[in-house]
Design a protein around this ligand. Structure first.
Ligand code: GCU
Length: 611
């Protein structure tokens, strides 16, 4: 093509393509796809790395629709025809997987990559077919057989598109353009302390369903109750009016309800069930059976509520012995996505003595939440409203709301999930307060059974030689549980300063100390005042724990962080090398000294819960 065009034109063109900013999802999320009839599309996909989006825009930055568009997967029809792309000779990338850890040349790459996967599927007449993505970071443009079928924005939530009328028996080609370019109006925005792993990072499948199928359902204990189940079922496709049975065979429960003309039924009934808790994570097989479709799920029943400064699990006060994580694989570089990854990471948390994890700072793969259900680990999950978001940009708000609703829609039957977090370390301002209050309301209206929190900003004052830190962030009024991050002894002051630090809050609510910590390079030893040593981190944890024990309204904590993780903000050679080293476990799975300090504290708390 030869003639280059100024890059900013390209960015402008891309933003014009999505006037709404947010990419609409073709269909409402299909619940529990792993329990449906599926065709797995994981494995090696052909891939074209396209830093200048030449497969998407022409040299005038106008969207391509002719055969030059990569989604056409076009082949030259004669030796003289010019076609400048070819999936068949462009190499492969694994799906699921981030591209950054699959090729050294893509380690720092941010931009577009085109993926192609061919498949055959003989659909029977009465079937409907959908393509389901666990997630793709950050924007995904999905095409089937040369036609666009949908777009999605947000790197950490699932999406599906119906392909019933597009799929053919043989030689389907599914093409996905994934663009993880960071932009200020996005969620998260341009600055994060985690790696911007790009790609189709979670499993992809074809989901085969009957003409009228069970789209979604919610079956949970009523808020504050331990014996009344409430819920709903939503059908998709005609006939919408059906009788639907809810069966919990092990508890001898079978209830039948009728869906209305919109395919919706609400229900409520009493049930004498063994309650789910970390000590006994009881899951029941639950069947939702309509006249044309049936789906089975494994659901735990527990109640979660706050009462003054207490958090009540099944009506009893609970202390959340937690740890924060990032969704990185435990024993290999890159994003985690599998059941094994989840089992290992949660296993390490349980080895620490945890009954709680904070899944920072974005929704994780569904496998993690289902594993938390199974292993009995309470969960704080979060949408990536992180640091400086464009608070006054309506598209950005719409985007954050969509990601929140997608997360809740996917996880509202998971007993382990007790807290939805709608922000992390966001600076106090009226536009920010309005933005996050809207998310808090959205979460409460989408799911009345769970608690809402955020990592809020504390303010502090010295009195004599003591410091009093106050959690008086105006959002403290709207959240159910206060969360706050503090880095006394790392970013501010010395570890010993915690000995002279007290905490107060005007809100009669429980506090979760959602982050504290220090960096340590595994195997680097020295005096406890020497930064980067294991001894410095160990000493900091000892002082932090002593301070936390003195906070009267503390009801949980999730220190930063379980494992060293990749961050583009961490450039210090030898000590960081693009890793945040605040892990209690190194990036090679080695336990640091502070791991034992926290483990001992959690053991003591189990023996003698704090008052
Ligand atoms: C912040 C932030 C984390 C970050 C951590 C750190 O509090 O929430 O995402 O990694 O501090 O600086 O290590």
């Amino acid at each position: 093509m030869g003639r280059q065009f100024p890059f900013r034109h390209y960015l402008l063109a891309v933003s014009l393509l999505f006037p709404g900013g947010v990419l609409g999802q073709a269909t409402r999320l299909i619940a529990n796809t792993s329990a449906r009839q599926t065709v797995n599309l994981d494995g090696q996909w052909q891939a074209i790395v396209d830093p200048y989006d030449v497969g998407f825009l022409d040299y005038r930055a106008r969207p391509l629709t002719n055969n030059n568009a990569f989604f056409k997967n076009y082949k030259p029809q004669s030796p003289s025809e010019l076609v400048e792309y070819d999936f068949d000779t462009s190499g492969h990338l694994y799906v699921p997987g981030d591209w950054n850890t699959q090729r050294d040349s893509l380690f720092f790459y941010e931009g577009s990559v085109w993926y192609k996967r061919s498949f055959d599927y003989v659909k029977s007449p009465k079937e409907r077919a959908f393509v389901h993505f666990g997630a793709a970071n950050y924007k995904a443009f999905v095409y089937l057989n040369g036609e666009e079928i949908g777009r999605h924005e947000g790197g950490f939530t699932p999406f599906d598109f119906e392909i019933t009328n597009q799929v053919r028996a043989k030689d389907n080609f599914l093409v996905v353009r994934v663009d993880d370019t960071r932009r200020s109006d996005q969620v998260p925005t341009v600055n994060t302390d985690w790696w911007n792993y790009g790609g189709i990072t979670r499993p992809v499948s074809l989901v085969i369903l009957p003409e009228s199928f069970i789209q979604d359902y919610s079956i949970q204990l009523k808020k504050g109750s331990t014996e009344q189940i409430t819920g709903w079922v939503q059908l998709n496709g005609l006939p919408l009016q059906q009788s639907v049975a809810i069966r919990i065979p092990e508890a001898g429960i079978e209830k039948t309800f009728k869906t209305d003309s919109r395919g919706h039924a609400e229900f409520s009934f009493n049930a004498n069930l063994q309650l789910w808790s970390p000590e006994s994570p009881k899951l029941y097989a639950v069947e939702i059976a309509g006249e044309t479709d049936k789906v089975t799920d494994r659901i735990g029943f527990r109640s979660i509520a706050v009462q003054g400064t207490d958090i009540l699990l099944n009506g009893k006060p609970v202390f959340l012995r937690g740890i924060s994580l990032h969704e990185e694989a435990p024993t290999r570089p890159g994003r985690a996505w599998s059941e094994d990854d989840a089992r290992t990471l949660l296993g390490w948390a349980k080895e620490l003595g945890c009954n709680f994890v904070r899944l920072a700072h974005y929704p994780y793969d569904e496998a993690m939440l289902r594993m938390a259900d199974q292993l009995g680990v309470l969960v704080w999950e979060e949408v990536p409203v992180y640091w400086m978001i464009e608070w006054e940009n309506p598209q950005t708000l719409n985007n954050a709301e969509t990601q929140l609703k997608e997360m809740i829609s996917r996880d509202h039957n998971r007993a382990s999930v007790i807290i939805y977090s709608v922000g992390n370390e966001t600076p106090i301002s009226e536009p920010r307060n309005r933005f996050i209050r809207q998310l808090i309301d959205d979460a409460h209206s989408a799911d009345a059974t769970r608690l809402v929190s955020a990592a809020l900003q504390p303010t502090g004052a010295m009195q004599g030689d003591r410091t009093t830190l106050q959690i008086n962030d105006p959002l403290g009024e709207a959240v159910d549980i206060l969360g706050t991050n503090e880095y006394i002894g790392w970013y501010t002051g010395r570890p010993e300063d915690t000995d002279r630090t007290d905490w107060t809050s005007p809100f009669n609510k429980p506090l979760i100390m959602s982050e504290f910590g220090a960096d340590a390079l595994f195997g680097y030893h020295g005096a406890s005042q020497t930064r980067w040593t294991e001894e410095y981190q160990e000493n900091l944890y000892e002082h932090q724990i002593a301070m936390l024990k003195r906070i009267p309204f503390l009801r949980g904590m999730s220190p930063w962080v379980l494992k060293d993780f990749r961050s583009p903000r961490r450039t210090l050679p030898r000590f960081e090398d693009y890793f945040n080293r605040k892990g209690l476990v190194s990036d090679h799975g080695e336990r640091k000294k502070a791991f034992l300090v926290l483990q001992k504290f959690y053991h003591d708390v189990q023996v003698q819960p704090p008052k």
